[in-house]
Ligand binder design. Structure first.
Ligand SMILES: [Zn+2]
Length: 188
C-alpha cells in the first residue's frame, strides 16, 4: 500500500480522506473529524447513561424494601457534577457510578438526596449490605467519614452535629465495636 501525500486513512472508520478532514492531521492515530465527533458524543453520553442505570438499580432496591423514594435523575446529575465524577469513598474518578445508601434501605433508609452518596459500583458491590460507616472505616479511615458527614450536612443545609448524632443513633442500632470506634474518631 502506498501512502498518498494529501490523504490519510482514518484508523476508526478506515475511510481514506483528505488531510483537512482530520482535526489532527499530523498525528498518526488521530481519527477523522466525523469519528472524533462521534467519540466526543460517546464520552459525554457515557456518564449520563451510567447515572440512568444507577438510578434504575436504586429505585428497584427501594421498591424491594418499600423505602421512601424521591430520587430523580436530576439529583444524580447534580451530585455527580458537584463531586467532579469522583467516588465519595475512594476519591477516584468513577467508571461506573452507583447509588450508595448511607442508612441501608433494608434498615429504614430512604432513596433520597438526604441519604445517598455516589460511589464506584465495584466498591458498592464489595460492601454488599454491610454498614457503610464500618466499610468506610475499614477502607478509608476517619477522615473520609468526617468528610461524608460534612457533605451530607451541607447538602441538607443542617449542622454537622445533627448528622453526627444520626450516625451515633445508628451506632446503637448496629451495636458494633467498629462503629463505636468510628463515631468516636469522627467526633469533635
Ligand atoms: Zn473516521
Amino acid at each position: 500500500m502506498t501512502t498518498k501525500p494529501n490523504v490519510k486513512t482514518c484508523p476508526k472508520c478506515h475511510g481514506e480522506k483528505p488531510l483537512e478532514k482530520f482535526m489532527y492531521a499530523d498525528k498518526l492515530r488521530s481519527y477523522c473529524n466525523n469519528c472524533e465527533r462521534q467519540q466526543t458524543k460517546w464520552r459525554i453520553a457515557r456518564p449520563e447513561n451510567r447515572l440512568r442505570t444507577a438510578l434504575k438499580d436504586a429505585k428497584r432496591s427501594a421498591a424491594k424494601y418499600g423505602a421512601v423514594d424521591t430520587l430523580t435523575l436530576d439529583d444524580l446529575r447534580y451530585l455527580f457534577t458537584v463531586a467532579n465524577g469522583r467516588c465519595a469513598y475512594s476519591g477516584a474518578f468513577m467508571s461506573a457510578p452507583s447509588v450508595e445508601h448511607v442508612k441501608p434501605l433494608s434498615k429504614g433508609g430512604t432513596n433520597s438526596v438526604d441519604n445517598i452518596l455516589i460511589v464506584e459500583n465495584a466498591l458498592n458491590k464489595t460492601k454488599k449490605d454491610g454498614d457503610p460507616a464500618e466499610f468506610i472505616d475499614q477502607h478509608y479511615g476517619f477522615a473520609v467519614t468526617r468528610e461524608i458527614i460534612e457533605l451530607l450536612a451541607a447538602r441538607r443545609g443542617i449542622d454537622f452535629d445533627v448528622v453526627y448524632a444520626e450516625f451515633e443513633d445508628a451506632q446503637a442500632e448496629y451495636s458494633n465495636e467498629f462503629y463505636r470506634k468510628l463515631i468516636g474518631g469522627a467526633g469533635r
